[in-house]
Design a protein around this ligand. Structure first.
Ligand SMILES: Cc1ncc(C[n+]2csc(CCOP(=O)(O)OP(=O)(O)O)c2C)c(N)n1
Length: 675
């Protein structure tokens, strides 16, 4: 502990952060200047990790919520050697590893992508849940911490209600969050938008809350020490900080706490960049230099961290020696590999809703995959994740031996927590709700895609056949929205999302197989509320349904068909009904295709696509969503019948008739189309 050195290091972080913004001519300098003291104390004295093994699974994790403070992280990690001078100098530039908002990059200490306020700390809550889950199975030696960093904006975002409630309710004492409370946000002071008592709010959720001067190193130290010793509750450290701490004008007057310091280069504000750099002890001509004393100090910090981790690794090794079986299970969890699974063995009664088939699959997975956390937003008996729940218990404060997270009515929180669980590693997260409420999850789905996380989304009650609950509960446009993500590539140049809407029970088995085997991107399963007649098979229906792995396949195939009917989900069974009439009444030869994922289907060879949907045949598509779901597949000469209005409250069978979705009506439409 060296007061002068600590001040120097914090000022070095400030200078680096504002120099990055100044050079990039854009960014957020004021916040990093406020958060620098906390970061320096946290990283130099508390944060455990191995600088030579950044992916070490038992490292502490830092989850940034305020992604606009990226320069704060880059500056801190530059002192620790994670970034090079060039990286820092190329902040926000094409091809740099220092993008405007942090993008997950574990090798450099960036645990999560952030920027959309509120999600970063909620992912941290997910990571803390993951750590508790592993600890419950492998022992108390798993005791790493998750550190969150939040700002006024994150606290105001609605998702913080869910994250705060769940972290408190579950007693996540391994989650320690710093709140950079500088009373300034983007376009106003915070007192213009809120008069809440944030400390009381978090206390009410079951957090331990301490309010400190966020620039006082001794107070930061004590708060972090106490938080690390806390055994029952998550901790919120409210650090009262000053936006733009250290800024001065051209006349050398202090210029701190102004809203304009939030989001533009210091030189474009009332403060003076050169004078401010000078005030921070930096050389304005070499703005990306690390001060000599700070450099020496951080080298010793890294050595000390390595030594501490070496000791921890030795402790883990002796646990491994004594617990070989458990250790290999842990390795299996962390590898991301699946045990051998036989989806063909999962049996169903005839004519099940695909949500009920999914329930059977989840029951099977509960018995065969030990590292899943399944979660529902208070709909487990409707979305049928209860198939999993019946074979496990819910996660509770002090007892993480179960594998089911009752998230409460908080879809965005739940999905974001799942992202955090996936980021932590070792556990496969599944989240479920009604399809119509996928709207509430969209920001998290997007971050799931961007971060390439293998989260499984289960969406049931997939169409107007929800029935009596009416238009608010009947999805129409949701499938089209979700499928847009199938068309969007992630930074690994892969389809960023896989959306699967299986046609019947056996195709649901296959869809789950695909979801579980997809370790590269999120997958969504879109499932029916109502029972569906099983698709007929001449042989083994499961074997047939494996065609879904190509995104689409023929469930009925004849030579030289007169027409090809295409659909996904429950509309495939409706096409089977209509086909009987087309064959019996009109003697037509009909092919039927089930296309559970257009995205995957598009990845197949042109020849395969042509075999399933020939361009020289009439194509008729049926969808309970917007016609656009199938128009691309049906092609310019095809015809798609879908829903082009919100639904209405009535029994599902009545709606089928009113909207034209019975086998008879579809038969009529097809004959009309063929005229
Ligand atoms: C969901 C979301 N909405 C809006 C923004 C745009 N935005 C970036 S920072 C910010 C407010 C910043 O205030 P605060 O969190 O207090 O950060 P500080 O001003 O202290 O840097 C806003 C609205 C965002 N990044 N995410």
């Amino acid at each position: 502990m060296n007061k002068e050195l600590d001040q120097l290091a914090a000022d070095n972080i400030r200078a680096l952060a504002i120099a990055m913004v100044e050079k990039a001519k854009s960014g957020h300098p004021g916040g990093p200047m406020g958060g620098a003291d906390y970061m320096h104390i946290l990283y130099s004295e508390f944060f455990n990790y191995d600088p030579s093994d950044m992916h070490w699974p038992f490292r502490d994790r830092f989850f940034m919520d305020a992604g606009h403070l990226s320069s704060l992280m880059y500056a801190q990690y530059y002192l620790l050697g994670n970034f090079k001078k060039d990286d820092i100098a190329n902040f926000r530039q094409w091809g740099s590893v220092t993008p405007g908002h942090p993008e997950v990059d574990v090798a450099r200490g960036i645990e999560n992508t952030s920027g959309p306020l509120g999600q970063g700390h909620t992912m941290g809550v997910g990571a803390a849940i993951a750590a508790k889950f592993l600890k419950a199975r492998f022992g108390d030696w798993i005791n790493h911490k998750v550190y969150g960093f939040i700002s006024d904006g994150g606290v105001q975002e609605e998702i913080s209600q869910g994250a705060g409630r769940i972290a408190g309710h579950l007693g996540l004492n391994n989650f320690i969050m710093f709140y950079d409370s500088n009373d300034v946000q983007l376009s106003s002071k915070t007192d213009e938008v809120t008069s809440e008592d944030t400390a009381k709010k978090y206390e009410a959720w079951g957090w331990k809350v301490v309010t400190i001067d966020g620039h006082d190193h001794e107070q930061i130290r004590k708060a972090l020490k106490d938080a690390n010793a806390e055994t029952e509750k998550p901790t919120l450290i409210i650090g009262e900080t000053i936006m733009g701490k250290g800024c001065v004008t051209a006349d050398g007057e202090m210029y701190e706490g102004y809203t304009e310091l939030h989001g533009k280069p210091i030189g474009d504000t009332g403060a003076d960049y050169e004078k401010t750099m000078d005030n921070l002890g930096a050389d304005v001509n070499n703005p990306f230099d690390i001060y000599a004393k700070v450099s020496d100090f951080y080298n010793s910090v890294k050595d000390a961290k390595k030594k501490a981790v070496d000791a921890k690794k030795a402790e883990i090794q002796s646990w491994r020696n004594d617990n070989e079986k458990l250790a290999s299970k842990l390795d299996m969890f962390l590898s991301g590999d699946l045990p051998d699974l036989d989806f063909d063995s999962i049996e169903h009664k005839g004519g099940l809703a695909t949500r009920a088939a999914s329930s059977n699959v989840l029951g099977y997975l509960a018995e065969n995959v030990e590292n899943m956390i399944v979660s529902s937003a208070d709909l487990s008996n409707s979305d049928k994740t209860d198939g999993f729940l019946k074979k496990t218990t819910v996660l509770k404060k002090g007892d993480f031996s179960g594998a089911f997270l009752q998230a409460g009515v908080a879809e965005l929180t739940m999905a974001t927590i799942a992202n955090g669980i996936a980021l932590h590693g070792g556990i496969i997260p599944v989240v479920a709700t009604f399809f119509v409420f996928s709207d509430y999850m969209k920001p998290a789905i997007r971050l799931s895609c961007i971060q390439e996380l293998p989260v499984k989304f289960v969406w049931t009650h997939d169409a107007f056949r929800v029935g009596e609950d009416g238009p608010t509960h009947q999805p129409v446009e949701q499938e089209a929205q979700i499928r847009l993500l199938e068309k969007l590539k992630n930074h690994s140049h892969e389809q960023s999302f896989v959306a699967l809407r299986p046609a019947d029970s056996q195709e649901t088995n296959v869809a789950w197989k695909m979801a579980m085997e997809n370790s590269k991107t999120p997958t969504g399963l879109i499932l029916s509320r109502q029972g569906i007649q099983d698709i007929p098979s001449k042989g083994n229906r499961y074997e047939d349904a494996l065609g879904a792995e190509k995104g689409g396949y023929l469930v009925q195939e004849v030579a030289d068909p007169d027409i090809v009917l295409i659909a996904n989900g429950s509309e495939v069974a409706t096409l089977v009904d209509a086909t009987k009439l087309l064959e019996e009444k009109d003697g037509l030869k009909v092919n039927i295709a089930s296309i559970p994922s257009e995205g995957i289907f598009r990845q197949q060879t042109k020849a395969y696509q042509e075999k399933v949907i020939p361009s020289d045949k009439p194509i008729f598509g049926l969808t309970a969503g917007l016609p656009v779901n199938l128009q691309g597949l049906a092609g310019p000469n095809g015809n798609v019948f879908g829903l082009e209005h919100f639904g209405y409250s009535a029994p599902a069978k009545v709606l089928d008739e009113k909207f034209g979705f019975t086998g008879d009506q579809v038969y009529q439409q097809v004959t009309e189309f063929l005229k």
